[in-house]
Design a protein around this ligand. Sequence first.
Ligand SMILES: [Fe+2]
Length: 301
Amino acid sequence: MTETVSPSAAAHFSEARSAQVVIDSLANTTDPRLKVVLSSLVNHLHAFVKDVEPTQQEWQHAIDFLTQVGHKCDDTRQEFVLLSDVLGVSMLVDAVNNRRRGTVTDSTVLGPFHMVDSPPRPLGADISLDGNGERCVFAGQVRSADGHALPGAVVDVWQANGAGFYDVQQPELQPERNLRGLFTSDDQGRFWLRTVIPRYYPIPDDGPVGRLLRATNRHPYRPAHIHVIAGADGHHPVTTHVFLAGSPYLDSDAVFGVKESLVRPVRMIDDALRAEHYSVVNPFPLIEFDVILEPVSAAPT
Ligand SMILES: [Fe+2]
């Protein structure tokens, strides 16, 4: 007859040792990164619970909230990205992944509206398919950190219209792929396109994240901006925005995405030759945004 050995008291769950007991259960995790991530998650979650001491009802409320966040997601709505955004987590993940920047273009959040692929369009194309907004030109040059132009760079652009809505928010009103385009820079690294001046807008607040904002007396607005992802051979791509100077909410972006280096004016240009080059009526509003990319070789290991 074999003797039954009681598990040591140290293996039992207790309030005092809760995190360590769970972390010990991860000992056989074969993926070392997963082990690190889960162990840290357990440590922080347990510390959070010990700090807050939620009631059972509050804990159930939290579960219900996350369930509602999941249920709100579909092919064109990403409520988890919104939740991450309004809690500043998206910007923090961006920050810890882009510490090496220096003189290159700052990054910011991807946001929840890059839900569909931008269609390739020729330089100079008009991406405003619904014509909702004041016409303008968006132009810039993609360069490497040492200043040399980057021909063949790919510039992905998407934005809201003059009423502050993206195509995926108004499938009944806006044509598919409205205000989206994938452009390839010319032999001098330049890109240009016709569009409309985007309006500031509220992030979608008809779901659980909106209720969270209202419960904390926060507004849901983002200042006017155009999204850009730019990439070129041998360079780190950058996911960023250009924010429009003078827009409301530049100082209180609901997702904390504004960086001073990314704010640009909308300038009225009176130049017949440039107007002809861009195929617009003179004078015209212009938003200029040069993108500086970091060579891969310059990145620290
Ligand atoms: Fe946006």
